[in-house]
Design a binder for this molecule. Structure first.
Ligand SMILES: [Zn+2]
Length: 122
């Protein structure tokens, strides 16, 4: 069984202006300490043991995020924790409605496009 973890934090105006959520990746060393892994390494297939999700409630409030936009942003960051990217670049860029698109989007539920991304990856 995997011991991979997702840790989620609600923060208040900690991320840069215009950033509402982040997902950062870490490898657990044999002594238990955590080493950050860059996104490019994650994209290249390097395994990670922990994802830290930070959701910036203050920045969302400053941009008048609706409840649906907050839900979408939260789901978006969990998508990153599962190893999904934005699908806005690379071999098959597209702009269909899905939670992994960046930005302030009013999308209450993940779409069949999100399901296709997960099915493709796993
Ligand atoms: Zn993102």
């Amino acid at each position: 069984m995997s011991k991979a973890q997702i840790k989620v934090y609600a923060i208040n105006r900690t991320l840069g202006s215009g950033t509402y959520g982040t997902a950062d990746f870490f490898k657990r060393e044999s002594n238990g300490s955590l080493t950050p892994i860059g996104l490019s390494s994650v994209k290249a297939g390097v395994n990670y043991d922990m994802t830290r999700i930070r959701l910036d409630a203050g920045n969302m409030a400053d941009s008048n995020y609706s409840a649906i936009e907050r839900t979408k942003t939260t789901g978006h960051e969990f998508g990153h924790a599962l190893g999904l990217g934005h699908f806005e670049e690379g071999l098959r860029p597209h702009q269909y409605a899905h939670w992994m698109r960046s930005g302030q989007k009013s999308l209450a539920y993940p779409t069949s496009e999100d399901a296709a991304h997960l099915a493709y990856k796993y």
